[in-house]
Design a protein. Structure first.
Length: 418
């Protein structure tokens, strides 16, 4: 299960090392920092939104907190697309051959789908699942969250890589898909998708209750792939931030300023719509903020390099950086186990209740101090879990045994549950 969530940032660089064990490629530190920030934002935001009481949420700062927390998904999705482009364009021939690298990706995407749907099951009893005929319960079961979204949107891209072969044709198609997801969202969200099969309707729009349908959210993923191609992050793994920091900053400024300017020249043809979910100008403005964060982290990496804090440098902070950065990279690389475990810890599952169901950490009854403490302790626990999971993955036979045991347990509970 832990192998899969590398796809939240779509296949990190170690995928390439496994596919071609000649020399391990250098990691892109800014992207690791970007993932780390997204994970921190995710854990903190979920704890606060789940545990804080209404008195605290009614204070003036909380709407701003919710707005910032809303950037968690765009960061993950954009990072997934950017990393997909980073790994794919660097070794295009490997990914178009349909060999080990492509199969490993499809395995990850399959895990994302399986885990995403398991988190929504109301019961593990297979017989009781087949008895569910209530449309609302079925819609909740097949609700599309970030895991299923990334699994499907990136699987589509990997299939195109296998069949298209040409980088220019591929990026043209992805660009067209991104434009459709962004610009057509106001119309797509007006369409009642309830006539589609319940497992498919959730990928179209939010009419069935899905949080992350393909439109418009895949726009972040596909834009990340296009930008990776446009600025050449797939070229050389050496000093990526040196090459892309200023282009990223320029693109961030473009996406932030142009929508604000164009918005003054309306009205525009789109129908009445949810501005915060489907407005194309707001989409680009959020994309600009996400890119501004990544550009800033690219400049941070450049600064640390010049100070001699990275690699074999002997700058005054080099020893501190060598202690901290491996943990930062670990959090980004093991985002799946953190994502799943922190949701189970907070909300529970069909097997056990979560923190919010306890008397001590009851949902909607905690003040800011308690929420901060829970955030710190939960994040620390997630880091330790990620470390243990990462070490287990290094023991390939042991890790495979754990995976098979977990799958076997789930199958057993489904077949024997009442």
């Amino acid at each position: 299960m832990g192998q899969a969530f590398d796809a939240i940032a779509s296949a990190p660089v170690r995928e390439e090392a496994a596919a071609r064990p000649v020399a391990k490629a250098a990691r892109w530190l800014a992207l690791d920092l970007f993932r780390f920030c997204a994970v921190c934002l995710m854990v903190q935001g979920h704890v606060f939104s789940t545990l804080l009481d209404q008195v605290t949420k009614s204070q003036g700062w909380y709407p701003h907190h919710s707005f910032v927390h809303g950037y968690t998904a765009p960061m993950f999705l954009f990072g997934a697309g950017l990393a997909f482009g980073y790994t794919t364009f660097r070794k295009w021939d490997e990914h178009t051959s349909g060999g080990f690298a492509a199969l490993k990706r499809f395995k990850r995407y399959g895990w994302l789908l399986v885990i995403g749907y398991l988190l929504h099951l109301p019961t593990l009893s297979l017989s009781r699942l087949f008895e569910i005929d209530d449309p609302e319960r079925l819609a909740r079961m097949f609700q599309v969250d970030v895991l299923q979204h990334i699994g499907v949107s990136l699987a589509i891209c990997q299939l195109m890589v296998l069949f298209v072969k040409s980088q220019r044709v591929f990026i043209t198609i992805v660009g067209a898909m991104a434009a459709f997801c962004i610009l057509a969202a106001p119309w797509v969200w007006q369409w009642d998708a309830s006539g589609l099969p319940v497992w498919l309707a959730g990928y179209v729009n939010a009419s069935g209750g899905s949080i992350f349908p393909i439109v418009p959210w895949a726009g972040f993923t596909y834009t990340g792939i296009v930008i990776a191609y446009a600025v050449g992050v797939g070229g050389s793994a050496k000093a990526v931030s040196e090459r892309v920091s200023w282009p990223f900053a320029a693109l961030a400024a473009f996406f932030l300023l142009v929508p604000v300017v164009l918005d003054r020249f309306g009205p525009y043809p789109w129908p009445d719509h949810n501005f915060w979910k489907t407005n194309p100008f707001f989409f680009f403005w959020r994309l600009g903020n996400v890119m501004a964060v990544l550009a800033t982290l690219c400049f941070v990496e450049r600064g640390l390099t010049r100070l001699g804090w990275l690699g074999d440098g002997d700058g005054p902070g080099a020893s501190i950086a060598r202690r901290i950065l491996p943990w930062v990279k670990l959090v980004g690389a093991e985002s799946l186990i953190i994502y799943v475990a922190h949701l189970l810890a907070l909300h529970g599952s069909v097997l056990a209740p979560g923190l919010k169901h306890t008397d001590v950490f009851a949902a909607g009854e905690q003040g800011i101090v308690m929420a901060i403490w829970v955030t710190v302790l939960l994040f620390g626990a997630m880091v330790l879990l990620a470390k243990g999971w990462n070490e287990l993955k290094k023991q390939k036979q042991g890790f495979s045994a754990v995976q098979l045991s977990m799958v076997g347990l789930i199958v057993f509970l489904m077949l024997t549950g009442r």
